[in-house]
Every structure is written in structure tokens, then in C-alpha cells.
Design a protein around this ligand. Sequence first.
Ligand code: AMP
Ligand code: TRP
Length: 338
Amino acid sequence: MFCMPRLRAFSGIQPTADSLHLGNYLGALRQWIDLQSSYDCVYSVVDLHALTVTPDPEALRRRVRVTAAQFLAAGVDPDQSVLFVQSQVPQHSQLTWLLNCVTGFGEASRMTQFKDKAAKIGEQGVTVGLFDYPVLMAADILAYDAHVVPVGEDQRQHIELSRTLANRLNARFGEGTAQVPEALIIKETARIFDLREPNAKMSKTGHPAGIIELLDDPKTITKRIKSAVTDSGTEVAWDPVAKPGLANLLAIYSALTGQPVQTLVEQYQGKLYGHLKADLAEVVVEALRPIRRRTADLLDDPSELDRILDQGKDKARGIAQGVYGRIAERFGLAVQEA
Ligand code: AMP
Ligand code: TRP
């Protein structure tokens, strides 16, 4: 029977914390898992990106493994998908340089995440690496001819830049130089908010009380959900503008149980916020329990994790070498066979 080749998905998460959080899980990772049945998936622990926050080398080494273990624990299947560590595939850095040479300084300066991070760090501390981060991200995506990129809302502008750069390469060097990628963002979970500051996104750099980590123990999860900031009203209703804290809890509840928000709102009519929080705490604890257990098992067996990452590295290199060679040649570079 004739089989259409599958489209390719690529995505990455930075190893910048000892645990991923619920925003990473609902915004990105859960999509990654679902896509495996219909796409050819390539997923990466993007450690080169993590260097932009100058991590301690020992912490970086540990976090690369913990992050990879959480991908697997959440359901990335290494026999079906490619799972690898970015720095083990040199084409990411090589392609970044080529893309640097077709990216406008003004265009890179307009990246809002760069502007936000730069404003926080202050001019003295901003590195060229931080500025170049979106170009490295474009190289990640283009090096695999990715058709789709499953991410949360905060990455939309970066993917738009990847599309612009791919289109530019095609216009300059001919169609077929680069695959133009598309962002895959699920509306309902595109932005999970901080439990203490429901107008800010949940982030690894936020206050711990506002974050649910995938590896948190049940007691911590319960405490954080029960003390989540909600408005002073009593009626459970879906109103992201007037009741952002409650809307965030409902969005998390709905995403983890598959029940539509409207059904939840009806279910909690006449009940207090406290009831909803207590039930949600249980839902989150049970959803994360197997991920926490499997992560611990994987970290207890370092040779198995090494084997998986080694196999992923070989498969990733196999794809990226070919794509990089094609693009570099169009630039006029004499590409060496590997
Ligand atoms: P990072 O931790 O910045 O490497 O992000 C990894 C992935 O998680 C990216 O696809 C982000 O868009 C996604 N993500 C991070 N924070 C959130 C959030 N609060 N809500 C939804 N998605 C998020
Ligand atoms: N910049 C992304 C983030 O902070 C992580 C990332 C790096 C990424 N390279 C990527 C995401 C390629 C998707 C595709 O979340």
C-alpha cells in the first residue's frame, strides 16, 4: 500500500531547572506526546539555549539528564521519536552562523522576549548569546526540515522569525532550500498562569509558591493549589478578565480531566472556591504521580538514559547533517562529507 511520508515535528525545552512545571507540561510536552502517533517527531533538551543564563556547569549537567528523564516519563517514546541533547549535534551551531548572516540586527532587536529579559538583567549583563537565542532556535527547527513546532504562546514570535528566515533562504537561494515551519499552539493551554500572580505566565523564574513542578510531592502541590490567588467573589464562573486566578484553575482542571470548562462551572454551582481547589489538587497530584515515579526510576538507571540519548544523538545527526549540507551548499560553501 502507498504510504504518505509523515510530516515532521520539532520542539525543545531548556534544561534550566531541576523540574519542568505545569506550564511546560500543558503548553508543550503533552502536545509532543500526542503528536507521536501521526508525526515523525524530534525532541531536544536545548542545552545551548540554557547557556544564555550562565548556569553552573554541574547544575547544567544534572538538569540535562533530569529534563530528558521527564520527557520520557511524560510519554516521549524513544523508539518512535528522536530524543537528543542539542549540543551533541554540531549542525545547530553551524546553521546558526549561516542564519546570523541573513538576520537583520533590527529584526532580532524586536524580539519581545529578548527585550523583556534584557530589561531585567540590565545592559551590562546582556550577552550576544542572549540576543542570538532566537536565531539558534530557528536553526534548531530548520536543521530538521520541521513542518510543525508544538510550543506555548510565548514562543509564537520566535517561530514567526523562523518562518521569515526560511522564506528568505528560499527567496535568495531557490525554493526547497528550507522548510517553512508552522507553530502548533493549543489555545486552551497556550498560557498557564502563575498561581500567585494570575496575570503573569507560570515560569521557572517565578516565585516557587506560584509554580507547580512536575516533580513536586503531593503535599506541596496541594498546598500551592489551596493557596492559589483567586478573587474575593464566591461564584464559580468562567471570566478570564475579572477572575483570572479562577480561570487559570479551571483551565488546568479542564486540561487534565478532559472535561469542558462549562461542565466544570456547572458542576461547581453553589459550591465554594475551596471545594474546587481541593478537587483540583487531587486531580493534579494523580496526574503528576506517574511522571514523578517514572522520572525517579529513569534517574536510578543512568546507563539506560545514556543509551537512549546516544541513540537519539545518532538519529538526530543523521537528519541534521543532510539538511545542513543542503543549505550550506546553497550559500556557496564547500561542504565536507561527514
Ligand atoms: P522553556 O521552559 O522556556 O524552555 O519552555 C518550554 C516550553 O514550555 C515552550 O514551548 C514554552 O512555550 C512552554 N511554556 C513555558 N511556560 C509556559 C506557560 N506558562 N504556559 C504554557 N506554555 C508554557
Ligand atoms: N526557546 C524555547 C523556549 O524557551 C525553547 C526552544 C529552543 C525551542 N529551541 C526550540 C522550542 C525549537 C521549539 C523549537 O521555550
